[in-house]
Design a protein around this ligand. Structure first.
Ligand code: NAD
Length: 353
């Protein structure tokens, strides 16, 4: 029987395809704008300048100081720069860090956003914004930060290093995996989650084999979109909470932490909801957790938290922080169980207990 559900979708525009970033200027015009501020990290400044150049008179400048975790000080500088240049929209070129800056600007100014994602993080299709101020990270959900237009151009991801492609891809897959058992899931988000996982499963190994394979890049970017929509539509649980704990308290890198923990958190929850995770088990092997671990290893992902600089002595405190406040999860969260999960993830062991 089909269970009762609530379904909502967002009125944003998605343009997908190799070469589609050539249409950014058209989309600036379609939004009724004529003065775009192009955003990027310092590492992608050249790419951002080239994009700004391609916009001709429709770009008023490049702000290339986006940084991990959206520091408020950077946002305030960018808002001042947008005002000085009389920008009437922003174009965010990059991964989650740059998208986060665009969202933070939109939150404060209501400027429309066009996002051109170059990783698989998925932030461009969510209403979520994490910001840091004096080292403290806070996360909000607001429709005000949802980008108006997203332009997925696989050509711009050809240079994403293989290691980052793998961890970023597994980061995306984590959104879909947790979407499968989200308490507020609906039939559409479940379809998107399975298709997102499938596209990543098919795309990532081919990227590892041939990083400039446009077809493989297209599959992964398509999967990233679907996984991002799931993240933006339903509640995340244990996996995202643990990644948040490790990133926030021990400064472990975002995508790598997701990549390492995913098989372990899925395995933990598979004990409680094997039926909901059956589509993932079908895609990756006999069990969803074990299958995801085998998949991650086959594409050369980092496998052990110990390799991220986390000390074994930190695991007790991590388990304590992660279980301090109750939150939704299909399997009740107990400290001993989470401590055991963290140990296996720290060791890099296959989750098969
Ligand atoms: P990132 O945006 O920090 O990018 C990492 C580095 O890779 C940067 O230097 C960037 O310039 C570079 N890079 C990006 N694309 C490249 C490409 N194609 N070629 C070469 N270099 C490239 O990394 P990320 O994993 O995309 O984003 C992580 C951040 O996004 C975190 O702060 C995370 O919290 C946030 N995030 C937010 C959401 C949300 O919904 N709000 C979702 C996912 C991630």
């Amino acid at each position: 029987m089909t269970a009762s559900f609530l379904y909502r979708s967002r009125p944003s525009t998605v343009v997908f395809g190799p070469g589609s970033s050539a249409t950014v200027g058209d989309w600036v015009g379609k939004l009724g704008c004529k003065a775009a501020l192009v955003l990027s990290t310092p590492q992608q400044e050249d790419q951002a300048k080239a994009l700004a150049e391609s916009l001709g008179g429709r770009a008023v400048g490049v702000f290339a100081a986006a940084a991990m975790h959206t520091p408020v000080a950077v946002t305030e500088t960018a808002v001042a720069e947008a005002a000085r240049l009389q920008a009437d929209c922003v174009v965010s070129l990059g991964g989650g860090s740059t998208t986060g800056l665009g969202k933070a600007i939109a939150l404060r100014t209501d400027l429309p956003q066009i996002v051109v994602p170059t990783t698989y993080a998925g932030s461009e299709v969510t209403d979520i914004l994490g910001q840091t101020d004096a080292g403290r990270k806070t996360t909000i959900r607001s429709e005000k930060v949802v980008p108006e237009v997203v332009i997925y151009d696989p050509d711009l991801t050809l240079g994403l290093p293989v290691g980052m492609s793998v961890t970023s891809g597994l980061n995306a897959m984590a959104h879909a995996a947790e979407g499968l058992y989200a308490s507020d899931r609906n039939p559409v988000t479940s379809l998107l989650a399975v298709e997102g996982l499938r596209a990543m499963r098919d795309g990532l190994p081919r990227i590892v084999a041939a990083p400039r394979d446009v077809a493989a890049r297209s599959d992964a970017l398509y999967g990233a979109w679907l996984c991002g929509v799931v993240l933006g539509s339903v509640a995340m649980a244990l996996h995202h909470k643990l990644c948040h704990t490790l990133g926030g308290s021990f400064d472990t890198p975002h995508a790598e932490t997701h990549a390492i923990l995913l098989p372990h958190t899925v395995h933990f929850n598979e004990h409680a909801v094997p039926d909901l995770l059956a589509p993932a088990a079908g895609l990756f092997g006999a069990s969803a957790g074990g299958g995801l671990w085998d998949f991650a290893r086959s594409i050369g992902a980092p496998m052990a938290l110990r390799d991220l600089g986390l000390r074994e002595a930190d695991l007790d405190r991590a388990a304590e922080i992660a279980t301090a406040n109750p939150y939704e999860n299909p399997r009740p969260i107990d400290r001993a169980g989470i401590r055991d999960l963290l140990q296996r993830a720290w060791d890099g062991a296959r989750p098969d207990n």
